[in-house]
Write a protein that binds this ligand. Structure first.
Ligand code: ADE
Length: 245
């Protein structure tokens, strides 16, 4: 997969993606990341990329021409052009999975009061928001999208299985994890995890996962099609919580 990131601050992203799993994926050529400085496409003698909004109002708007040229410098027939904006569709794991199957992503990071709407209407395939809050620019959002997409590319994580059980992969929040020491400042690891009984451990993990999701994110449970076993465990959890009330 190739990802081109159009930004006013390329070094901000370059640094972040040089580390750890994403850094290794780049070295192993599982993904190619390129940073395109939108300012390089400004024809203004002062290299300006923003201007006052027509109609007045606070802030500045990013001019269309440099963005258009930056997009066209990398766009191919198989490209998906994404604009990171708080007005977009809210990002989640299922969209990350969908994007991880693309061959070429172009991520456009906005700044100031946004970008000229003629770009949004005519040259963008998707508008994505990473959540209901407003950041100062799209770079952090692009980091979130790149990180969550690249780790899903086959071969990026050392074991294909390692992301299958974690939070959101199957729609549930992940069960709690523990490592050594067995007793930390008097706090003990649940006995079942030391029992060596894999069936019991699996049952405990399913119970914990369902309970955590039911308590914290009932909206996720509502979206899921639970299997018979999961339904049964969830009913037990509901009963248990009701008797505690
Ligand atoms: N740019 C500013 N805020 C944003 C958000 N919440 N999501 C994506 N891009 C943004």
């Amino acid at each position: 997969m190739k990802i081109d990131i159009l930004t006013l601050f390329p070094t901000m992203l370059e640094e972040v993606f040089s580390y750890s799993i994403i850094g290794r994926a780049i070295k192993d050529k599982l993904v190619e990341l390129n940073y395109i400085n939108i300012r390089d496409f400004s024809e203004d003698k002062h290299k300006r990329v923003d201007d006052y909004p027509f109609g007045g109002g606070p802030g500045m708007v990013m001019k269309p021409e440099p963005i258009y040229k930056a997009i066209e410098s990398v766009r191919k027939t198989n490209s998906r052009v994404i604009y990171l904006t708080p007005k977009g569709r809210v990002y989640n794991q299922s969209l990350a999975k969908e994007l991880s199957k693309e061959q070429h992503l172009i991520l456009l990071c906005g700044h100031y009061e946004g970008i000229d709407n003629r770009i949004v209407e005519n040259y963008i395939d998707d508008e994505i928001s990473i959540g209901d809050y407003v950041l100062t620019g799209g770079e952090i959002s692009a980091m979130v999208v790149v990180d969550s997409v690249v780790r899903l590319i086959p071969g990026v994580l050392s074991s294909e299985e390692s992301f299958k059980e974690e939070s959101h992969y199957n729609g549930l929040l992940e069960y709690p994890q523990y490592t050594r020491p067995r007793v930390f400042r008097g706090y003990e690891v649940p006995d079942v995890l030391l029992s060596g009984n894999h069936k019991k451990i699996e049952e405990w993990r399913l119970y914990q996962s369902l309970k955590l999701t039911y308590m914290r994110r009932p909206d996720l449970i509502d979206k899921l099609e639970l299997n018979e076993k999961q339904k049964k465990v969830l009913n037990e959890i509901k009963k248990e919580i009701n008797t505690q009330k």
